[in-house]
Write a protein that binds this ligand. Structure first.
Ligand SMILES: [Mg+2]
Length: 346
């Protein structure tokens, strides 16, 4: 298979503010694999250095490291075989994820089947998703919460550890209504003592869970025994200590960190076996990454809302995978689905 890739930059509608800082545009790598018979599969890498510490140049180099491996497979080959060989060439997870997506897309196109069916799922996924509010402005947050309710979302996620969290959350609760689940995400901004105080203070808002209140599985595990709010690991989901025994109620898994669809399904099964609840999220991925997560979700079947409704945050690009009444289905067609490539700037 012949590898090609290019960088694309896509602006966000508004700066996406988290405890890691603000993101106002997103650079992604669009990856294509072309088989000897001309059939193509597509994937993307969505590293976010401020979040996962992986620079886009590192991903580009890792893809090049895999080029000779891919060239040794001229045509159809099992995805697992090709990926295993690529993982000997690089350990950079977002690069492996991009190749995994392109390999599944290609495999689906070859047999004219959607990826969820190749993965063994009985029916197409319809994945319950949360709306994410990543603004520090209280009135904007209230307006977005009211709109989320109108649009049929059942879970709203609010970034915390930024500005007046209590005031913003009170406004979100007031405008979202009593029935919507509110998830908060501190992106590890708090120390143990700060997290304990903040969660005690914010608990009366009625919280579904707090994602990454502090950094590290051990610190989270300690906090977990002390607070009433359920906790989830996100950035620390890949802390080796998290996979020895549970450190929280749930794990948030991302394709880019797990090495794609295959790695995410594998991580989800291992996490479940330990007793974790599992849900999926994007790191402001493009539609190929979101589609990959949707197909993986057909097998994983998360019970909680997943953070995949992020395409609406991009400026000037029609959303090919829109949330409808708080859920997203993959696009029709073989592989990862049709109509996703048009989203990427030429
Ligand atoms: Mg998070």
């Amino acid at each position: 298979m012949e590898l090609s890739w290019r960088r694309v930059r896509v602006p966000l509608r508004e700066p996406f503010v988290t405890a890691h800082g603000a993101v106002s545009d997103r650079e992604l790598i669009l990856v294509s694999l072309r088989a000897a018979d001309g059939l193509e599969g597509h994937g993307e890498a969505a590293p976010l250095e401020t979040y996962d510490g992986v620079a886009i140049d590192t991903v580009a180099r890792a893809l090049e490291d895999c080029r000779p491996v891919l060239a040794a497979y001229p045509d159809a080959a099992p995805v697992a075989d090709v990926l295993a060989r690529c993982s000997e060439a690089t350990v950079v997870a977002p690069a492996l994820s991009a190749l995994d997506l392109a390999l599944w897309d290609l495999a689906g196109r070859r047999v004219r089947e959607p990826v969820w069916r190749l993965l063994g799922a009985a029916r197409p996924p319809r994945v319950t998703v949360n709306l994410t509010i990543a603004t520090t402005d209280r009135s904007s947050a209230a307006r977005e919460a009211a709109q989320a309710r109108v649009d049929g979302f059942r879970t709203i996620k609010v970034k915390v550890g930024v500005g007046d969290d209590a005031g913003r959350l009170a406004a979100v609760r007031a405008f979202a209504g009593p029935e919507i689940a509110i998830r908060i995400d501190a992106n590890g901004a708090w120390s143990h003592d700060q997290a304990r105080a903040a969660l005690d203070a914010l608990e009366p808002v009625g919280l579904e869970l707090c994602e990454e209140p502090v950094h590290g599985a051990a610190t989270t595990r300690r906090l977990w025994t002390e607070v009433g709010v359920p906790l989830a690991l996100d950035e620390s989901a890949h802390d080796p200590d998290a996979m020895t025994r549970p450190a929280a109620d749930a794990l948030c898994l991302k394709l880019g960190r797990c090495g794609g669809i295959s790695g995410t399904i594998d991580a989800a099964m291992r996490a479940r076996a330990l007793g974790y609840d599992v849900y999926l999220a994007s790191t402001l991925d493009g539609p190929l990454g979101i589609a990959g997560a949707l197909h993986a979700a057909a097998v994983i079947a998360p019970r909680r809302a997943s953070g995949l409704a992020t395409l609406a945050l991009f400026e000037g690009r029609p959303d090919p995978l829109p949330a409808v009444r708080g859920a997203i289905a993959p696009a029709a067609g073989p592989g990862l689905g049709e109509g996703l490539l048009d989203w990427y700037p030429r």
